[in-house]
Structures are given as C-alpha cells and as structure tokens.
Ligand binder design. Structure first.
Ligand SMILES: [Zn+2]
Length: 113
C-alpha cells in the first residue's frame, strides 16, 4: 500500500508546520487529492490512522478535498474534463493531452491547538 509512504510525507510536513507555529496538537488535517493521483480514498484514511500514531497529530481528523481532472488541448486551446484515461480532446480527438489539474496530493490546511 503506497499510500502509507505518501501519507508519511504529509504527516511529517504537517507536524513540522504545526511545531513551527508553536502548536502542541493537530486537530484537523485537510488535504487536496486529485482524481488521478492514484490514491484510493479508503486506503488514504487507513494510512492516516497508521502514520499519525505517536505524533502530535494522533487525535487529528482527516478531511479530503477531491480535485477533478482538467486536461488542456494545445490544438484547440481549451480545457476539458476527460472521459477516459486517454485524456482525449472532445473537439479534435487528440489523445494524451496535458493534465493541468488532478494529480494533487498535498497538504491544504491544518487546524492546530
Ligand atoms: Zn483539441
């Protein structure tokens, strides 16, 4: 389950940020997770439970904001939401267009005390 390793980075960053602010506890960890980040929501929650143990985030809740995929076609100069993994442009049908949004896996917000 690669989510554990990814979540470990998030927890490390969250703990560092909280300590820099002089906080003793993290109450809430809010993340932005893209639709094509390759992360499964259930696994993420589980990874969170595992990695927060023994840290100042032990009692924290996890809140995930899902970020939809947005692709960009340079031929048509449009942004669109792809219907398949081919990221095909709905206008000119070019495949594998640039993914501009949707790969996020990042810390968005912390609530500390
Ligand atoms: Zn196009």
């Amino acid at each position: 389950m690669h989510e554990v390793g990814m979540m470990q980075n998030i927890i490390d960053a969250a703990v560092k940020r909280a300590k820099d602010e002089g906080a003793q506890h993290i109450r809430l960890v809010q993340m932005r997770v893209g639709e094509v980040s390759g992360v499964v929501a259930d696994s993420l929650q589980l990874a969170f439970e595992v990695t927060k143990k023994g840290t100042i985030a032990e009692d924290a809740r996890l809140q995930v904001e899902n970020v939809p995929v947005v692709c960009y076609c340079s031929n048509c100069n449009i942004e669109f939401h792809p219907n398949s993994e081919l990221n095909e442009c709905p206008e000119c049908h070019q495949s594998y267009c640039e993914v501009r949004q949707g790969k996020e896996f990042e810390l968005a917000f912390l609530e500390v005390s």
